[in-house]
Design a protein around this ligand. Structure first.
Ligand code: GLN
Length: 497
């Protein structure tokens, strides 16, 4: 199989090869495993590679191949999974040393659904510890590199998933997005990332970071594949009480081109203020011109509480994290420190040696915010600000169908550039956090390159309006025709780290 043939493939194209007997799930799985073997020693997108399991599953699929008319949506398609989503029998480390010896005894709901749809799991991908970070530099197992420039970060926290798809080690991946962790790495790696509406995809089997914000999302090389993968994983689940009673996404939610052209496009001025690199603003201005020429109505809107969203997030998310992470105490599962003197020593040393610096920082911050007497002042205030942020979006979506914003204020940054200054790192998500706080769906699309580095465009919509977002993004993808990351020019052999 030639990489140049498949670099523009959609899921359907792989399945056409299978139908025409030009290839098979086993051959394709082997192809991706070979790419992983070739690239991953320097890319380091994977924490676990399940070669045996993937090939066995591919063979099983071939043995009981369904009729060609009713091939399930992901039949024979290999996929990479972020290491905070449980696959039975495989490790789930969450990028943390505290879970380095943990294996999941069950499948997450999304994994069950992908299995039913005929998908093949290649392995588990690297991430910032417990999904806290924007660069994968917080992984307890070393960072992932950006396939487009090995000196730079792939974004985070789903950096391993994004890098694996950009480098075509996998055609698709799942990530999780609490404040931007699907969209920001998608933007840094030049691919498509979707964060669905909060509650549209079950969180059962996703290890919790901040439960009121966490959402599983997709990483793909084109919008069509996002649609397919999202249709498979979405829908109500009785095992997650926050999962909305809403049917899975279906192709009937997708709008025809003439309806797309009637959409009103909103632009929020707060997203283009100081702090955005000029190449990003310029690229988006160009796109707005193209859209005007295509006959779109562009409307300026205001989201006045945008500035407060980041601060409120860094109260709400650490507060919830401090509670969720209390379970890693060396007793029930995971790592335990050596030779504890007593129970207190066991807890303390397990946690201080098992967790990394950023995770400990958030646990301390979150515990403080929730402590007696401070709850009202911090967590409650954070949640009140959150309501205002949500209200801003509700007001805007009265006036427009979708909003366009940058995904990130900067292009992919270099290793070490922000890791010494947590606030600088937090700012990497300044444009993805408000929508996460509001629980609305958002997609990141590669809208061009500056030199070799990709520029992300964010498409936001009202709750459960993924149909509008995906239809618009697909239209834009066609008219912009930005090539997906050039997998040929990947040069990971350069010595950099
Ligand atoms: N970078 C943000 C954080 O560190 C968002 C992370 C995420 O979405 N998981 O919290």
């Amino acid at each position: 199989m030639d990489i140049n043939t498949i670099k523009n493939f959609t899921i359907k194209d792989y399945q056409n090869l299978y139908k025409n007997k030009e290839s098979s799930p086993t051959e394709m799985t082997q192809f991706f495993l070979d790419r992983i073997r070739l690239l991953d020693p320097s890319l380091r997108a994977f924490l676990t590679i399940d070669e045996t399991g993937a090939l066995q599953r591919a063979r099983e699929l071939e043995e009981k191949k369904p009729g060609e008319a009713d091939l399930p949506a992901l039949y024979g398609i290999p996929i990479a999974i972020k290491d905070n989503i449980c696959i039975q029998g495989l490790p789930t480390t969450c990028g943390s040393r505290i879970l380095s010896n943990y294996r999941s005894p069950f499948d997450a709901t999304v994994i069950e659904k992908i299995k039913k749809a005929g998908g093949i799991f290649l392995g588990k991908t690297n991430m910032d510890e417990f999904a806290m970070g924007s660069s994968t530099e917080n992984s307890g197992f070393g960072p992932t590199r950006n396939p487009l420039d090995p000196n730079r970060v792939p974004g985070g926290s789903s950096g391993g998933s994004a890098a694996s798809v950009a480098a075509l080690e996998a055609p698709l991946a799942l990530g999780s997005d609490t404040g931007g962790s699907v969209r920001q790495p998608a933007a840094f790696c030049g691919i498509v990332g979707l964060r669905p509406t909060y509650g549209r995809v079950s969180r059962y089997g996703l290890v919790s970071f901040a439960s009121s914000l966490d959402q599983i999302g997709t990483l793909t090389r084109n919008v069509q594949d996002t649609l397919t993968l999202f249709s498979v994983i979405s829908g109500q689940d009785n095992r997650d009480s926050t999962c909305a009673p809403y049917p899975p996404f279906s192709t009937s939610d997708y709008l025809p081109v003439d309806e797309v052209k009637n959409m009103k496009v909103g632009v929020a001025k707060e997203y283009f203020s100081l702090g955005v690199e000029s190449v990003i603003t310029q690229q988006i201005q160009e796109i707005l011109k193209t859209l005007t020429n295509e006959g779109f109505e562009i409307i300026e809107v205001s989201l006045p509480h945008t500035d407060y969203a980041l601060e409120a997030y860094y109260i709400v998310a650490p507060a919830e994290a401090s509670s969720n992470l209390a379970r890693y105490d060396g007793i029930a599962y995971g790592y335990r420190c050596n030779d504890p003197l007593n129970l207190q020593d066991l807890y303390t040393r397990t946690r201080t040696t098992g967790f990394g610096k950023e995770t400990l920082r958030r646990i301390i911050l979150g515990t403080y915010c929730l402590s007696s007497g401070y709850y009202d002042e911090f967590y409650l205030k954070g949640m009140q600000v959150r309501t205002l942020v949500k209200k801003d979006f509700e007001d805007s979506f009265e006036k427009c169908d979708i909003l366009l914003t940058p995904v990130t204020p900067s292009l992919p940054f270099k290793f070490g550039e922000k890791s010494h200054d947590p606030y600088q790192m937090y700012l990497a998500d300044v444009f993805t956090i408000p929508s996460a706080m509001a629980g609305i769906p958002a997609l990141s699309l590669n809208c061009g390159y500056h030199q070799h580095l990709p520029i992300g465009l964010q498409v936001l919509g009202a709750p459960f309006q993924e149909g509008k977002i995906l239809s618009f993004a697909s239209f834009l993808e066609k008219i912009l025709s930005v090539p997906p990351p050039d997998v040929d020019s990947i040069n990971l052999k350069k010595e950099v780290l």
